[in-house]
Structure formats: C-alpha cells, structure tokens
Design a protein around this ligand. Structure first.
Ligand SMILES: *[C@@H]1O[C@H](CO)[C@@H](O)[C@H](O)[C@H]1NC(C)=O
Ligand SMILES: *[C@@H]1O[C@H](CO)[C@@H](O)[C@H](O)[C@H]1NC(C)=O
Ligand SMILES: *[C@@H]1O[C@H](CO)[C@@H](O)[C@H](O)[C@H]1NC(C)=O
Length: 551
C-alpha cells in the first residue's frame, strides 16, 4: 500500500464483481491498480524524450499561419521526398481533423509560432536510404516564437522530432492550437524497437498493416517484424516459387501479398523510418510450405508405413538445400533490410523420429538419438546459405539453446519463460557474446482484464545480472501480436496503446519508470492516436475530446 501511495496510485480493490452471462453468474476476485489521472510536467509526450524542458510560455499555432520548411542550412531540400511527405503528414495530424472548427479565435496570447525549420546537419541526409540498425535517430528541438527549429543529423531523427513537435501541440479551452516554449534533446535508448505482426494465422489486409505502420511511427517504433508465413498459410507470393502461395495461402488471389504489395509495405515503412524484417520460420512451423513444394517436408511414419502427414522440413535431402538457397536468395533481394529472421523455434521431433530414412541418417552422422543435433545440422546449413546472400540473421532462442554454431553478429530473440527465466536467458546469450533481443514480457496477444499495459511497462531488458559489456549487447525488444485470435477486426485495438508501453520502455531513459506519470501521458497519447484515426482501446474510464468516428 505504501509503495502504491508513493507512486501516486489509487489502489482499487474490487472484492467481488458479479458478471451475469446468459443466466450464469461467475464471480471474480479482482485487484486492479488504477493510477490517478494528473498533470504531467511533460504534457502528453510519448515516448518521453531523453531530455525535456517545457516552459509555461504558450504560443499560438494556426493552420493558416504555420508552415514546416527546410532550414536554409539543411543538407535536405524539396527534393527530399521522405521529408516532404512527412511535413505534409504532420501538418495534417496537427490541423487535419480540426478542419471544420473555427481556427482563428483571438486568444489573449498574441505570440505565434509561424515556422518549424527542419535542419539536417550532416552532409548526407539519407533521404533515399533504408533505415538500419545503425541509423542515427537523434534530434534536437527548440520551440520558440516565431520560429521553432528541429535539428537532426539524418532524416531519421527529423522524423522522430516531427512526431515530438506534433505531440507538443494542444488545444486551449477555445479549441485553438497552442504550443509551449520547449527544449528537447532526444535519442533512442535501444536501436531495435519492433512490433511483430503475424499474417499467417490470419491474413492481414494491406490496409491494416499500413495503419499499424502509421501507429508505430507515432510511437517511434523502427522495426516491423513481419512474421509473414507459418503452418497455417503462406501468403507471400514468390516469383521463383509461385506454387507456395498458389497452394499454401488461404486463397491464391485474395489472401496473398504480391510483389507489389510487399514493395508498398517496405516503402511505406521506409518513409516512416521503419525497417521491415521478414521472418521465414523453418524447419518447424512450415506445414503451408509443403503444399506448394513437394518433397520439402518430412513424411511421418507409423511403423514401416507413411501416414500421409508431414512434419518439419526434411533436413537430409540435398533438394531441401537447393530450394532454400534459391528461395533465400530471392528473399534477400525482395527485402532490403540487412537482417532476415530465420525462426528456428518449436521444432517437433516426433515426425523426424518416426521416419526410417531420417533414423538411418542420424546413425550415419553419429547423432545417436539426439534430434537437436539434427536440427542444428539443418540450421547450420541454412545459416551458411543465408550468409552467402550477405544478410545477417536473427533467430529465436532455441537455436542458441541447442548449441548451433552461430556467426558472431547473430541476434538471438528471447521469447520464452517467466521473468526469472528470460532474464537468465538474456544473461547467458550476452555472456556468450551474442546480441539479444527481448520479447518474453511483451506477448501482447495475451490479454487479461484491467490495466495489463503496466506489466509490459515495468519489464526492462537490462534487469538481468550482467556486466556493462553484456548490457551493450542488448539491442532492444519487440512487442509481439501473434495471430491465432487476431485478424483485421481486432488487431489495432488489441495492439494499441498496449504496445505504446513497450515503445516507451525501448525509447526512453531507463529511469523513466513512474507509472502514475506514464498513465497521465498515455491516456492523452491514446486519444491522440484515436484523433488520428487509429482505434486504440481505452486504458480505463474517461473520454477523448475527439472520439473515434469509425471508418
Ligand atoms: C504550457 O503552458 C500553459 C500556459 O502557461 C501551462 O498551463 C501548461 O502547464 C504548460 N504545459 C506544460 C507541459 O508545461
Ligand atoms: C548431396 O550432396 C552431397 C554434397 O554435395 C553429395 O556428396 C551427395 O552425393 C549428394 N547426394 C545425393 C543423393 O545427390
Ligand atoms: C534520468 O537520468 C537523466 C540522465 O541520466 C536525467 O537527466 C534525468 O533527470 C533523470 N530522470 C529521472 C526521472 O530521474
């Protein structure tokens, strides 16, 4: 209780809630901590910048008088399409949904911000580049009147700074747009801040993916981890292997991503400073691959007879590796990012164990009865194939746990276990000198009643025991939204603003841990997403000035 009070929280104990459902009454014992809505010295900024000073001096901002321009000394100009469209996008965010309201009410303050000058300070702004794990996302923002200045070495920092500027804008009691004099210096705590979406369990229409890329940019996320195929369907249309989606998708015309669709996602993401890391998970999670690529999966046996069912990728055939070489060469060309996620999780050995050819191969290789050695054999060969395309790779933690030999720059993705277990895993991965990426506390597909964003918010990738050298190997984390119970109808409200909690953990300073202040800012940030057309669900009772209007 004292801890809760110190945090400025109100502890609500709802002893018994009676829920009547079709005549049946269930009783839940519940205890929910609901922070009190207060005022934050940081307004509605989310995620909180590294260094913020907002003063009480408030200036006006009007759609008629205000413009975003390239600073004279900037290395980027009107030819920088990425910035030009970001200027338009943020102008629209700031004034767009206000179109029908009267804008020019004279307030008592006559000072007005007329211009935001965007100044790219380095020689190469990277307008036409793809963002990468080493992209500079830092920026400095000074808001004064009549001119505000946003300085960033690269366009990536300018994008983040534009978001911050737009978050400083608020409405006074007359509905006029205001912004306070402010000084902000900002950069991300972690270089890899991702959201995983799963387009295999359910097909996700392009529109939903693009809307969530928008929402990601509002939260300064910079990686879209596209878990594009899995057991259930293969919606990726491969130019080299068209049968994969022809036979493995839910529908070969309506439930696929054509090469044009994929290009559009990548470019839409790039314009928002977001990398697209594709995941083609093998050797498990591949049932859908088998439909369009005969002989790729292992035949399962009952005694001496094939059962007609299939298991993981068949790791003992040369044809498997010939296919993988051609397939991943294509993937490495379609997806410009320097990394490919190769999966490697949850391989079920029972089918391999049943197959007499595999049994013979195990013997011949001297693997004994240790099928994780066979898995390692496969992954090792796959990693060599992908290395040959000069891409880096990310893998789920099992690959590390099973002792597969990995290139030094491999990123190990931690997804299993409770807090104690995942922290131990983070410690051993980094102790072995590998880069670690955390997702275990951020499986947002798991939902529970109440303010479950707080749990996500409190988790920290650094809370394992380890040296500074080990901590430096943690490149960030990802919020995951697996698709078993998610499609276009519920994806966005399930993800936001819960993923916003993760976004702040990954962007802001490690010491930004005040749940009460976070709640105050997040309620406003959620309303801002709603005003921008994102159906982000509410955190608790209350209202937004501009409610969600539907599609
Ligand atoms: C902005 O300025 C107004 C007017 O002085 C003040 O009431 C408000 O607290 C300021 N906002 C922040 C975040 O400091
Ligand atoms: C598979 O490839 C290996 C190495 O290239 C070769 O030695 C072997 O004969 C091949 N096996 C078959 C069945 O073609
Ligand atoms: C967090 O640390 C930074 C620098 O280390 C400091 O400037 C800031 O005031 C701290 N913030 C809080 C909330 O303690």
């Amino acid at each position: 209780m004292s801890r809760a009070l110190r945090l400025g929280l109100v502890l609500l104990v709802v002893a018994a809630v009676a829920v009547t459902c079709h005549g049946r009454t269930e009783r839940y014992e519940q205890e929910a901590e609901v922070p009190q809505l207060g005022r934050s010295p940081f307004g509605s900024l989310w995620p909180l910048p590294q260094k913020v000073a907002v003063s009480p001096a408030a200036f006006k901002l009007s759609s008629a008088g205000f413009q975003i321009v390239h600073a004279e000394r900037s290395s980027a100009g009107p030819g920088c399409y990425l910035l030009q469209s970001a200027f338009r996008r943020y102008f629209e965010y700031m004034f767009g949904y206000m179109k029908k309201q009267v804008m020019n009410i004279q307030t008592v303050l006559d000072s007005e911000v007329l211009e935001l000058q965007v100044w790219i300070t380095s020689a190469d702004p990277e307008c036409d580049a793809y963002p990468s794990v080493t992209s500079d996302e830092s920026y400095e923002l000074t808001v004064d009147h009549p001119t505000a200045v946003l300085k960033a070495p690269k366009v990536w920092g300018a994008l983040r700074g534009l978001e911050t500027f737009s978050q400083l804008v608020y409405e006074d009691e007359y509905g006029a747009k205001m912004i306070n004099k402010s000084d902000i210096q900002d950069f991300p705590r972690f270089a890899h801040r991702g959201v995983l979406l799963d387009s295999s369990r359910h097909f996700l229409p392009l529109k939903v993916i693009l809307a969530n890329l928008e929402a990601m940019a509002m939260n300064k996320y910079n990686v879209f981890h596209w878990h594009i195929v899995d057991d259930n369907s293969f919606p990726y249309q491969s130019p080299n292997f068209p049968d994969l989606s022809q036979k493995g998708s839910y529908h070969p015309y309506t439930h696929i991503y054509t090469p044009t669709d994929v290009k559009m996602v990548i470019e839409f993401a790039r314009m928002r400073g977001i990398r697209v890391v594709s995941e083609f998970d093998t050797p498990g999670h591949t049932q859908s691959w088998g439909k369009g690529q005969m002989g790729l999966l292992t035949s399962c046996y009952a005694g001496q007879n094939p059962t007609g069912t299939f298991g993981p990728i068949n790791p003992i055939l040369n044809s498997t590796y010939n296919f993988m070489a051609k397939f991943f060469k294509e993937i490495s060309q379609v997806f410009p990012d320097a990394y490919i996620h190769l999966g490697g999780d949850e391989v079920d050995f029972s089918c391999w164990k049943s197959n007499p050819d595999i049994q013979a191969f195990m013997e011949q290789q001297g693997f004994g009865k240790d099928y994780s050695k066979l898995e390692s054999y496969y992954i090792q060969k796959l990693l060599d194939i992908v290395s040959a395309t000069s891409k880096g790779y990310m893998v789920w933690q099992e690959v590390f746990d099973n002792g597969v030999k990995l290139k030094a720059d491999t990123i190990i993705h931690v997804w299993k276990g409770n807090e104690e277990q995942y922290l131990k895993e983070m410690a051993s991965i980094t102790a072995a000198g590998f880069h670690a990426l955390l997702s275990s506390p951020w499986y947002l597909n798991r939902i529970s009643y109440g303010q479950d964003w707080q749990q996500a918010y409190k988790a920290d990738p650094y809370s394992f025991d380890g040296t500074d050298t080990q901590k430096k190997l943690v490149i960030g984390g990802e919020a995951c939204l697996w698709g078993e119970y998610v499609d276009a109808t519920n994806l966005t409200p399930r993800l936001w603003p819960r993923a916003s909690a993760v976004a702040e953990r990954l962007w802001s300073n490690q010491n930004v841990t005040d749940v009460g202040d976070a709640y105050t800012r997040l309620v406003q940030h959620r309303c801002r997403m709603v005003a921008r057309g994102i159906p982000a669900e509410p955190l608790f009772v209350g209202y937004c000035d501009h409610e969600y209007k539907g599609l």
